[in-house]
Every structure is written in C-alpha cells, then in structure tokens.
Design a protein around this ligand. Structure first.
Ligand code: ZN
Length: 173
C-alpha cells in the first residue's frame, strides 16, 4: 500500500480524460489499493485515478461514510446512463482543498461500471440518489477530465477560484 500525492487544480492531469481499463493487471490492483489508501488518509468521500496522476478509469467511493453500504466501492470504467431530477448542495474536492460551493446536480443517477469480484471484473448497474449520486457524478467527471467548478457559470467560477487562490497563498506562507 502507498499513499500518493493528491494533484491540485492547475495540474494538467486533472483536465485529461482517463483511458478505459482493458484488463486486470498488477498495476491495476496496485492502483486500486493506492486510491483507497490515499482517499482514507485525506478523509475524502471519493477519489479518482487522475487525482493521483494516473490516467486510468478507476475511482473509489467511501459508501460506508456516505451511509449507503459497507466499506469502499471500487468502480472501473464507470459511465452515467441515466439522470433524473435535481439537487443543489455544497460540494468540495480534494484537488481544490478548502473550496466548498453549492452546485446543482441530478438527484438520481444510474451508472454502469465494472467491479472487482475477487481478481475478476464483472459488470454492474448502480442506482443512486442524493449524496451518493453526487459522489458518483463527481468522480466520473474527474475520469473525464472535469472538475466540479467547471460545471459552474464562468463568472462565478472565476470569482470563487480567485478567492480560493488568495486564501491558499496566504495559508501556505
Ligand atoms: Zn474531486
């Protein structure tokens, strides 16, 4: 196991779509563990491979913390296939530490992905709502090179990020 450095906004790897996983390899098993370890260390609800600098479509979600399951869900090649209704809640991201802002998202989602069953990958369909839906959408966005602030109106994003950068500069002094 190893804890990896979480990439911060400005790093091009966060704006690059990840590649689909084709097969289970030693690297994939390591990536799964590193994502879990790094997410737990950072106290995140989820983490996508881009955030630790790996362009593979793998994300982890702490479903136990969200209150919808046991342990951590590992999703490979997840795709959103259906959304319905909307929710407007505060969202944050380990790659923009300290910035929290309201963002409208669908309330309900259906996602197709692969999940590990032992050492094999098997297809699953996940239905989620509320915070779980938000977490899935947030992590799948990461795998497609999209940050949650990218979904905001441009002027609002500009103001929020400028303020965030100011505060970050001050706190890193
Ligand atoms: Zn994030």
């Amino acid at each position: 196991m190893s804890i990896r450095r979480v990439r911060i906004i400005g790093d091009p790897v966060l704006r690059t779509p990840a590649e689909e996983v084709k097969e289970v390899t030693k690297e994939l098993i390591e990536l799964r563990q590193d994502l879990i370890d790094t997410m737990l260390e950072a106290n995140g609800l989820g983490l996508a491979a881009n955030q630790i600098g790996v362009l593979k479509k793998v994300a982890v979600i702490n479903v136990e913390e969200i209150g919808v399951g046991k342990g951590i869900k590992v999703l490979v090649n997840p795709v959103v296939i259906f959304v319905e209704d909307t929710q407007n809640e505060e969202e944050g991201c380990l790659s923009i530490p300290g910035l929290y802002a309201e963002l409208e998202r669908p309330y309900f989602v259906k996602v197709e992905a692969l999940e590990f069953k032992g050492k094999k990958l098997k297809p699953v369909t996940i239905e989620a709502e509320d915070l779980y839906a938000r977490a899935l959408l947030h992590e799948i966005d990461h795998l497609n090179g999209i940050l949650f602030v990218d979904r905001m109106e441009e002027e609002r994003r500009r103001i929020l990020l400028a303020r965030w950068q100011e505060e970050r500069k001050r706190s890193l002094l």
